[in-house]
Write a protein that binds this ligand. Structure first.
Ligand SMILES: [Zn+2]
Length: 406
């Protein structure tokens, strides 16, 4: 659960504080409806400690703003009076963008973290920042014309496979895209006339997992995402995203896993992302470059039906062992209760779940490895796009009425 989601309400401030109290309470109610993708009025009353009539008034205002809708009674409620369900409304959408070396993924995402219409634009080589702006502008123009009048795109969230300056969204370095100091956020904002917020892709994924996914209500989790551009990490500790002194914390792909290992783009060698790569798996399974979407299925099928070559088995074994070494360091450093693996790291977790579990857990022995769960993120880039949308929704969730009426 990231900051902004775990919030308290304030119902006691009076006088000049009334507006800020109302803003705070609107923000809290919308945040709950958003992260739980729908709650009953009774749940809102319980979660906030506000009385029924205050909740009704707050929900009424959010309905007027188009941010939530009230629907049928909560059928699952066993006891007491049935309660009206409040769900995220269609009024606000975020444009999520994730460029990578072979594809630019773009999607509209609604409140509640639902991907509305994803577009994957394949490229024959790594796109430049200017090409990403052109691709996204064209896709956005198409999406906007088919959007009903009551729906508004509130901003753009950009998930980058690289280092992003947290202050102005400049891509400081994306080695696999061969980008350095690219002001992509500013260029995109100029082109689309929308606010743009950028973050590292794995950090975006961690936010999505903490808000909607396996990590909801888990204050200490680590998200590791493996894609075409290497392995990124996002760390949530004590319910907060760990940013570090200058905003670059969580570079778990550069955890050292092997002495005398392969050279890494960071200038070091033997890093996790230099040793455990998606490209090696693609080559070993013999999949054409354009069919990366089927990689997980293809590798697991070959391992299970006995048709895997010795090279493929050896590679998967080696990658699992090296990932295990990396995860053990992560667990000892950060003491998470949950590790979420996304992208091609899912393949390694599914191929040899015991090996990874044994590496991070020493049951019955007190310490960081006593009990750590490993879970898989949903397939594909969805968590990255949903996390990118979270960046764009942040100002709206902070001040729903102020943002929508501005
Ligand atoms: Zn490195």
């Amino acid at each position: 659960m990231v900051e902004g989601i775990r919030r308290t309400v304030s119902g006691t401030n009076l006088g000049s504080n009334r507006d800020s109290t109302r803003q705070h309470n609107l923000s809290t109610v919308l945040g709950l409806v958003h992260s739980m993708a729908g709650v009953s009025r009774a749940q809102l009353t319980r979660a906030t400690g506000l009385n029924r009539s205050t909740i009704a008034a707050l929900v009424g205002e959010l309905v007027q703003l188009g941010l939530v809708v009230e629907s049928d009674l909560d059928q699952e409620q066993q006891h007491g009076r049935p309660s009206i369900m409040i769900q995220p409304g269609p009024g606000a959408l975020a444009l999520a963008v994730n460029p990578d070396i072979d594809v630019v993924s773009v999607a509209l995402v609604s409140l509640g973290g639902h991907i509305v219409n994803p577009v994957r634009f394949h490229t024959v080589r790594a796109p430049s920042a200017a090409e990403v702006v052109n691709i996204v502008s064209a896709i956005y123009a198409g999406m906007r014309t088919s959007l009903p009048a009551h729906q508004r795109i509130v901003g753009v969230g950009l998930a980058i496979p690289g280092l992003v300056d947290p202050l102005d969204g400049t891509v400081i370095e994306a080695p696999h895209l061969e980008w350095r100091d690219q002001p992509l956020s500013a260029l995109l904002s100029d082109a689309l006339k929308l606010p743009v917020t950028a973050a590292n892709d794995a950090v975006a994924g961690a936010r999505a997992q903490a808000t909607f996914g396996a990590g909801r209500d888990i204050p200490d989790l680590v998200y590791l995402y493996g894609g075409a551009s290497g392995i990124g990490g996002g760390v949530i500790s004590g319910g907060r995203l760990v940013r570090g002194a200058t905003g670059f914390a969580g570079q778990l792909g550069h955890t050292h896993v092997r002495s005398d290992g392969a050279e890494c783009t960071c200038g070091s060698s033997g890093c996790l992302e230099a040793e455990v790569t998606r490209e090696a798996l693609i080559a070993a399974v013999g999949l054409p470059a354009g069919e990366v979407e089927n990689l997980e299925e293809a590798v697991l099928k070959k391992l299970q039906d006995g048709s895997a070559t010795p090279e493929l088995r050896e590679l998967v074994d080696r990658q699992v062992q090296l990932l295990a070494i990396g995860l053990r360091s992560v667990v000892n450093l950060l003491n998470p209760s949950l590790i979420v693996l996304g992208g091609f790291l899912r393949i390694l977790a599914r191929a040899e779940p015991e090996a990874l579990g044994d590496a991070v857990r020493t049951p019955g022995r007190r310490g960081p490895r006593e009990s750590v769960a490993i879970e898989l993120a949903p397939l594909g880039e969805d968590p990255i796009l949903v996390g990118a949308a979270e960046l764009a929704f942040e100002p709206l969730l902070r001040d729903p009425a102020g943002f929508m009426r501005a």
